[in-house]
Each structure stands twice: as C-alpha cells, then as structure tokens.
Design a protein around this ligand. Sequence first.
Ligand code: DQA
Length: 142
Amino acid sequence: RDVMVLNGPNLNRLGVRQPEIYGTATLADLARFCREWGDALGLTVRFEQTNHEGVMVDLLNEAADGALPVVLNAAAWTHYSYAIADACAQLVAPLVEVHLSDPSSRPEVWRHTSVVTPYASSVIAGRGFDGYRLALEHLAGA
Ligand code: DQA
C-alpha cells in the first residue's frame, strides 16, 4: 500500500535549523527512516518536502485522487493555511498530523492553533522523528 509523507516549509533545513528544538538529524535521514519503517509495515512511502504552498496543495490533491493515506507535517502552514486545510478536507484515506516539536507547549501563541487537526484521524506531536514511525504504524493499522 502506498502512503504519502509530506513535509512543509523549512523542514528542508532539519539538522541546521534550531537543533535545540528539531534535533541534528537531516531531512535525508528522516526520509530514509520513513522508507525503512514503511517497508517493515508493508507500506511504500513517497516522501516529499516543499517550501511552496501550491506544490503542497497539488500533492494533497494527488493523495485525494489516489485515495492515499497521508502523514502531514505542514510546519508553519499548520497554523494558518486555509488552502492546506481545504486540501486536507478532500482526503478520503486517513490523515495523520505530525509535528517534531509540540507546538501547543511552545511560547508563540500562533503555534497553538492547527487548521489541519479537524481533518486528522490522529495528531502526534513532540516525539521527534519517532512521531513519523508512530504515524506510519497508525496508517498501517487503519
Ligand atoms: C513543526 C512545528 C511548527 O509550529 C513549525 O512552524 C514548524 C515545524 C514541527 O514539526 O514541530 O516548522 O511543524
């Protein structure tokens, strides 16, 4: 079974971006882990990252058309993008919202809102890379 693991803006900079929050491993490491975890669960992972909102909408539309489950770390878009929310609303297979950090316990108030959560069957936050493994396990069992 195919699944999409989609990552939003600035996650290309994992490993160098605020390592005290996001860790020192890179996006390439995360992609490799997700493919390995997926393989072990019988899932074929398509792993993508984009800094461009329209590209993310296109990827989510593709997931909707293909009835593919999605693991989504929408990064900052999580907190304000109604275009991403509308794209999530169209998904037909389960959506798992993932964050490396726990936005609800961070000081910026704008991180405390998620426009994605209403469309997610599960939200995993504050577990670092392991959150993606938990998300894939959730989808494998769904
Ligand atoms: C994030 C949390 C968001 O608040 C932030 O904008 C990100 C990453 C996370 O994975 O912890 O870019 O989604």
